[in-house]
Design a protein around this ligand. Structure first.
Ligand code: TRP
Length: 452
C-alpha cells in the first residue's frame, strides 16, 4: 500500500490518491458557499483580484511548503514540527505551528459542520422540489432554518456522525475511496449550472461583477478577507495539509502535485461564483446577501430549469460530499496527534476529537438564535470563530511555515523534498522567503492600522 515509504505508517496508495484527497480537502464549502458570498460582500472583482494574487503569491508556495514539511516529518503536525526543527537544529518552539493547526482545525470544523448541516437540510428540501420558490420565500426558508436551534443541531450532529464513520476507518481505506467519484461529479454539476447561467441567466453581468477590475474598490478589509480566504480555500496552515503530506510517499513531486490541486481548487471556486452571480443578477437578488447567498439563489434556478428537480438534489448532495472530504482533513491532524503522542486507538481518538468539536458546534448553532447576543469582540460565536481562524490563526501559521521552510530548514533538505530544479526552484524558494512572508506581514500591519 505504500510507495517507498517508511514501514509502519499508513501511506496513500499513489500520487493520484494524494492529489485526490488533498483536492478533496481543498475543494469544499470554501469554494461553493464561502467564495461566492465573500465575493459578494467584498465588492466583487476587487475581492477576486486580490484573492487570485494571494493564491499565486502566498497560497501556492505555502501549499508546497506545508506538504514538504509533512513529508519530511512523517508525523502529526506537532511532532512533524518537532522533528524537522530538531533536524535543522532549531528551537523546539516551532512545534507551536503544529499546535496552532491542531486547535484551529477544530475551531473551523465546529462552524464548518453547522454550515454543512444547512446544506444537508437543503438536500432534503430539494427532494421535495423548489416548485414555486421566489426570492421572498427562499429568504424566509433560510431565516427560519437559522432560527431553529433543534434543526441546526440535528443536522450538525448528522454531519459529524458521517465524519466519525470515515475517519475511524483510517486514512487510506476511509478517505481515499470516497473521493474518486464524487469530485468529478461535482465539477460536472457546476458545469451544468454554468450552462444554465449562459442560457437562462445573466452570465454577462456575472463576468462583469467578478472580472471587471476596479482598483478603487480595494480596501484593507477586502485585502485581509481575500488573503484569509486564500488560506481557507487551500486548507493551509491548520495542519491538514501537513498531515496529508506526512502520508505521502517519497517519490512524488510535491511541486507539481500542489500546482494541480491549486488550479482545481481555484477553478471550481471561480466557476461556482460565475454560476451563482449569473442567477443573482438575472433575478435581481442582492450579491451582498451574506452566508445564505447560495441557498437563496440556486433553488430559484432549480425551480426553473428543465430537470431542475434532479439536478438540485444532486447538487446539494455533492456539496455535502465536498464538505465531507474537507471536514475529514480537519479531523485528521488532532486524531493523528492523539494516536501518535498518546498511543490512543484510532477509533477512540476520533471520538474525542469529534465530541469536542460537536460541543463547540452546538454553541455555533445557537449563535444564530438563542445565543445571538453572546459576543466576543463584538462578533457572535460563528463570526468570531471564522474571523479568529481565517484572519488570524491561518495567516500566522502560514507566516511561520514560510519562515521556517525558507530560513530555518537546511536548504539541501528543502531541495531534496520539493522536487523542483533550477530556475523553478529559485523562483519558488525566493517567493517563499521574501514575498509570501512580507505580504502576510504587510497585510496584518495594514489592518491593525500601523501603516495605513
Ligand atoms: N479548504 C476547505 C474548503 O474550502 C476547508 C478546509 C478543509 C480547511 N481543511 C482545512 C480550511 C484546513 C483550513 C484549514 O472548504
Amino acid at each position: 500500500m505504500s510507495n517507498a515509504a517508511p514501514a509502519g505508517r499508513a501511506h496513500w496508495s499513489s500520487r493520484w490518491a494524494f492529489i485526490l484527497v488533498t483536492a478533496g480537502s481543498a475543494i469544499g464549502l470554501g469554494n461553493i458557499w464561502k467564495f461566492p458570498y465573500m465575493t459578494g460582500t467584498n465588492g466583487g472583482s476587487a475581492f477576486v483580484l486580490v484573492y487570485l494574487a494571494c493564491i499565486i503569491g502566498i497560497g501556492v508556495p505555502l501549499l508546497m511548503a506545508e506538504t514538504l514539511l509533512g513529508r519530511r516529518g512523517q508525523e502529526n503536525p506537532a511532532d512533524t514540527m518537532r522533528i524537522v526543527a530538531a533536524e535543522a537544529r532549531a528551537s523546539q518552539w516551532w512545534q507551536i505551528v503544529g499546535y496552532i493547526g491542531i486547535l484551529g482545525a477544530l475551531f473551523i470544523l465546529s462552524f464548518y459542520s453547522v454550515v454543512a448541516g444547512w446544506i444537508l437540510d437543503y438536500t432534503f428540501l430539494a427532494m421535495k422540489g423548489f416548485a414555486g420558490a421566489s426570492k421572498e420565500s427562499l429568504a424566509q426558508t433560510f431565516s427560519q432554518l437559522l432560527a431553529d436551534p433543534v434543526k441546526l443541531i440535528a443536522w450538525h450532529t448528522a454531519f459529524m456522525a458521517i465524519n466519525v464513520a470515515v475517519v475511524a476507518g483510517g486514512v487510506t481505506a476511509g478517505i481515499e475511496r470516497a473521493n474518486k467519484i464524487m469530485m468529478p461529479a461535482l465539477l460536472a454539476i457546476v458545469l451544468v449550472l454554468i450552462g444554465y447561467g449562459f442560457v437562462a441567466a445573466d452570465m454577462g453581468a456575472a463576468f462583469r461583477f467578478m472580472f471587471h477590475f476596479d482598483f478603487s474598490a480595494i480596501s484593507s478589509k477586502v485585502i485581509l478577507s481575500a488573503m484569509g480566504h486564500s488560506f481557507f480555500t487551500l486548507s493551509l496552515g491548520m495542519g491538514a495539509i501537513m498531515t496529508y503530506g506526512s502520508y505521502l510517499g517519497r517519490d512524488t513531486s510535491i511541486a507539481r502535485t500542489c500546482l494541480y490541486i491549486s488550479v482545481a481548487d481555484t477553478g471550481i471556486a471561480l466557476l461556482a461564483g460565475l454560476a451563482i452571480f449569473a442567477i443573482v443578477f438575472a433575478q435581481g437578488l442582492e450579491p451582498a446577501a451574506g452566508p445564505g447567498l447560495i441557498l437563496q439563489t440556486l433553488p430559484l434556478a432549480f425551480s426553473q430549469m428543465p430537470g431542475g428537480g434532479v439536478i438540485g438534489v444532486l447538487f446539494f448532495l455533492l456539496v455535502v460530499f465536498a464538505a465531507w472530504t474537507s471536514s475529514i482533513s480537519l479531523i485528521e491532524p488532532a486524531t493523528a496527534w492523539l494516536i501518535e503522542r498518546f498511543g490512543l486507538r484510532r477509533s477512540r481518538a476520533v471520538w474525542i476529537v469529534c465530541l469536542t468539536t460537536w460541543l463547540l458546534g452546538i454553541a455555533v448553532a445557537l449563535s444564530f438564535n438563542d445565543w445571538s447576543e453572546v459576543r466576543f469582540f463584538g462578533l457572535n460565536i460563528f463570526d468570531f470563530l471564522d474571523t479568529l481562524t481565517t484572519k488570524i490563526m491561518m495567516p500566522l501559521a502560514g507566516l511561520l511555515i514560510a519562515l521556517f521552510t525558507g530560513w530555518v530548514m537546511k536548504r539541501a533538505h528543502v531541495e531534496d523534498e520539493i522536487g523542483l530544479g533550477g530556475g523553478a526552484f529559485h523562483l519558488w524558494f525566493n517567493v517563499l522567503r521574501f514575498l509570501s512572508p512580507l505580504a502576510i506581514v504587510v497585510i496584518f500591519l495594514n489592518v491593525i492600522g500601523v501603516i495605513g
